[in-house]
Design a protein around this ligand. Structure first.
Ligand code: AMP
Length: 369
């Protein structure tokens, strides 16, 4: 390597599959990664230096403070970890954005303050707030814990007062949000990055299908008519929240063409995995670049592409040989122990045109039960 080749170090709070794929994208840029993650079996340990300790461990935080910048792959890290780092190293995104995005009620209020539409919602923190809540969201809704929910966990659909009461009890009577049930036509997502110089760059608009609250399939096609609207919203939120780094917005697409923001992840997102194999730069490289202040441009696939998640399911195994034999597939495994309902990997699929992509996607879905 020549003496002036780039040599940087990136710290990541969290060491799951997102950190693993961030590290894999960082290495070719001359960037080495250190992850702080309490789980001994963290997927990122295979391609990054693993600080195996609690997120608040002072010695490990000292090691992260010696990096060129720190980012996160997981929003449920304690805010104290960011507080301990923020005067010593650039932390992107920073504490204020994390505090918003890890708390559903604060997030929705901050979205509305930025002039963005969301589902109707009401905060439930006491028994008294349960009565009358459903009426405020037109009678049917989804009760979600304000914090620590992911992949549909910590959620329940409700349509009457008894059901709401039972659901709130089942969720442990913790602070919750009751959201009105949105009759969406489709779900889409789009990521935005903003460098320390405030320049914005965008990922593609991606269409998503969920099963039981878990993302199943994502699809990117050229020329989605709602991409302009999604970029405008994402850019507005990134500016209002003073984003540094990358965040992903999940939207509900309504039949009248409007987009409501469902939630915001302060990081790369499962729906953006297809950017790894679409021919452009990936969402992982985009986050690494934004966080380290490296030159940044829109990252969009050059070809139609899709992704199917591999989720552990009782008594079912993917047809590995069939996946490998299907043209255009790229397998990404996270090296995690098998568990029902757990995301274990994904398959990206690329094709030269939409018709071929859709035909092969149907085939691929039969190979991943
Ligand atoms: P979330 O954890 O908020 O992303 O919710 C997981 C999934 O549940 C979403 O991707 C939707 O498919 C569904 N969902 C969540 N909130 C609503 C809502 N207010 N109305 C209809 N479906 C919803």
């Amino acid at each position: 390597m020549t003496a002036d080749a780039p040599q940087l170090t990136l710290g990541i709070l969290g060491g799951g599959q997102l950190a693993q794929m961030l590290a894999l994208a960082a290495l070719p840029l001359g960037v080495r990664v250190r992850v702080l993650e309490p789980d001994a079996q963290a997927p990122a340990r295979l391609c990054a230096t693993h600080l195996h300790a609690p997120y608040t461990d002072a010695l490990s935080l000292d090691v992260l403070a010696g990096c060129d910048a720190v980012t996160l792959e997981f929003e449920n890290v304690p805010v104290q970890a960011l507080t301990a780092l923020e005067d010593r190293v650039p932390v992107r995104p920073g504490r204020a954005l994390l505090e918003r995005s890890k708390h559903r009620a604060r997030e929705k209020e901050a979205l509305r303050a930025a002039g963005v539409q969301t589902a109707p919602f009401v905060v439930i923190e006491t028994e008294a707030e349960v009565g009358g809540a459903l009426e405020q969201v037109s009678g049917r809704g989804i009760l979600k814990t304000s914090e620590l929910g992911y992949d549909g966990k910590g959620q329940a659909r409700v349509s009457d007062l008894d059901g709401l009461r039972a659901a709130w009890n089942a969720l442990g009577r913790v602070p919750c949000l009751l959201e009105g049930l949105v009759q969406f036509e489709r779900e889409v997502s789009l990521a935005v990055a903003r460098g320390p110089d405030r320049a914005l760059a965008f990922g593609p608009l991606i269409e998503n299908v969920h099963r039981d609250g878990i993302l199943l399939t994502s699809l990117f096609l050229e020329g989605d008519p709602q991409e302009v609207q999604a970029r405008e919203i994402a850019g507005r939120v990134a500016g209002a929240w003073e984003l540094e780094g990358l965040m992903t917005l999940e939207f509900f697409g309504l039949p009248d063409g409007d987009l409501l923001v469902n939630e915001v992840a302060p990081r790369v997102h499962n729906s953006g995995h297809l950017t790894q194999d679409g021919g452009g730069i990936s969402q992982f490289e985009a986050q690494v670049r934004a966080v380290l202040g490296l030159p940044l441009a829109d990252w969009r696939p050059l070809h139609p592409c899709a992704m199917v998640n591999i989720v552990g399911a009782e008594g079912k195994t993917p047809d590995w040989a069939g996946i490998d034999a299907l043209p255009g597939t790229r397998l990404h495994l996270y090296h995690k122990a098998w568990r029902a309902g757990r995301k274990l990997g994904h398959v990206n699929l690329v094709a030269a045109d939409e018709q071929t992509l859709r035909a092969r996607l149907s085939q691929l879905e039969t190979l991943i039960p």
